[in-house]
Write a protein that binds this ligand. Structure first.
Ligand code: UD1
Length: 416
């Protein structure tokens, strides 16, 4: 892990415009879906992120050829030589388990290291495995690995107990090459699911209903290469809106799909910010004090869990008490402790956190505990008195393309 730090001098208003990159959570499943294709694929607008590097390495370890040309990623998975995602890869990035569905469908076999606990709670993969079993795979767990095998996947009707993003994606990919029709019920509705469905369809798949609670996939015998442009990153966009809000700034965020940010926009307006929607941009202006508001994280179209930490940072500067309830993950409040080191008043009670504001934030040495927690610390630092050093920034590099440069461009005093 890199020992780099990000150093931020607080108290500078963000002003100008930032262009958002392609979505991390869309591009990762799209890259794994190239394993379904017997001919090369081109993915456009791929963000430069550590997680993209990791998933590319996983694909290479399986025998695929992967190359970057500027913001395009070319993957040729015509010849796969292995069907195993090793322990170190899955440990580096949980999303590596998304190779399982495609491998199983394409080669009849997939071996993936069991993801362990991580910084945001235990994250089982039972829903993925139950779905593969329903489609005719046998699952064995041995020596810390899950082994799935099948003589041929068959379409099935699968109800997800929880609308898991990863399970919806893994099962959609497996079903794309299965024999017959699969009906997935209670599926995740995130925009990234729709992007993956569009990619599968561009490869010749037959996926209908993505973005709703029921997805129908008619299996096809073969999928072939295509070109696909990744959707913009709504979490990156939302993070910059919040960064602007906490500095009382005036910022335009370009390359967004405003619809994808509805819950975040609604909450920022409640806080007292003015948001102006363009066709593919959002402008935020802040005047006057920020008001405390409550949030509760939920699957899309609810307030995203991936914005919870950043919003908590914002609430430390708002007037009054804000109750933040996390319903998607257990144990996703690690950032609260680091924010307290900067002077925030936050109490945790089970799945809720109460933030009393406004606090006088002061620069301190803090550490990111996960990707979004790291961004929350950067946001708090922008509004803190003095200098903050954020450590463990390799975690931030997993999900923010050119973070330091983008913030410098709009007036932040930030360096690596
Ligand atoms: C994805 C996102 C992540 C985001 C999350 C929720 C990617 C690469 N990551 O993660 O940034 O925070 O969606 O929006 O897209 N669960 C089970 N059993 C399962 C699968 C999940 O119990 O088989 C539980 C998890 O423990 C968690 C909840 O379901 O509590 C949500 O997880 P899930 O939607 O699967 O998240 P990921 O796909 O891992």
């Amino acid at each position: 892990m890199s020992e780099d730090k990000i150093i931020i001098e607080g108290g500078h208003r963000l002003k100008g415009s930032i262009t958002v990159s392609g979505a991390k959570n869309a591009v990762l499943p799209v890259i794994t879906a190239t394993l379904l294709s017997s001919t090369p694929c081109r993915i456009i607008d791929v963000p430069k992120l550590a997680d993209v590097e990791v998933i590319s390495q996983v694909l290479e370890s399986l025998g695929a050829k992967v190359s970057f040309l500027d913001k395009d990623l070319y993957v040729d998975a015509s010849n796969l030589s292995r069907c195993e995602a090793s322990d170190d890869m899955v440990r580096k990035m949980r999303a590596s388990i998304l190779v399982m569905g495609p491998l199983l469908a394409r080669t009849g076999k997939a071996k993936v290291s069991m993801p362990g606990g991580c910084a945001i709670g235990t994250r089982p993969i039972d829903l993925h495995l139950k779905g593969f079993e329903a489609m005719g795979a046998t699952i064995r767990k041995e020596h810390g690995y899950v082994l799935a095998e099948t003589a041929g996947l068959k379409g099935a009707r699968i109800y997800l107990d929880f609308p898991s993003v990863g399970a919806t994606e893994n099962l959609m990919m497996a079903a794309a090459l299965a024999k017959g029709t699969t009906i997935l019920e209670n599926t995740a509705e995130e925009p990234e699911i729709v992007d993956l469905a569009n990619f599968l369809n561009a490869m010749g798949g037959r996926v209908r209903g993505a973005g709703t609670k029921i997805i129908k996939i008619e299996g096809v015998p073969e999928l072939t290469g295509c070109e696909h442009q990744v959707i913009p990153d709504r979490i990156e966009a939302g993070s910059y809106l919040i960064a602007a809000a906490i500095t009382g700034g005036d910022l335009i965020v370009e390359n967004v799909i405003p619809d994808h940010l509805k819950p975040v926009i609604a909450k920022l307006e409640e806080v007292g910010c003015f948001i102006y929607e363009g066709e593919s941009s959002l402008q935020i202006k802040t005047a006057g004090p920020l008001q405390a508001v409550d949030i509760k994280t939920l699957p899309y179209p609810g307030f995203p869990t991936d914005m919870q930490a950043q919003f908590m940072a914002l609430m430390t500067k708002a007037q009054g008490a804000s109750v933040i309830t996390e319903t998607v993950f257990e144990n996703r409040f690690m950032h609260a402790e680091e924010l307290r080191r900067m002077g925030a008043d936050i109490r945790i009670n089970g799945r809720s956190a109460v933030v009393e504001g406004p606090s006088h934030l002061q620069g301190a040495a803090v550490k990111s505990t996960d990707l979004r927690a790291g961004m929350a610390l950067v946001i708090a630092a922008l509004a803190a008195e003095g200098t903050t050093e954020v450590g463990n920034i390799s975690l931030i590099d997993r999900g923010y393309d050119n973070l330091v440069e983008k913030l410098q461009q709009v007036g932040a005093k930030i360096r690596r």
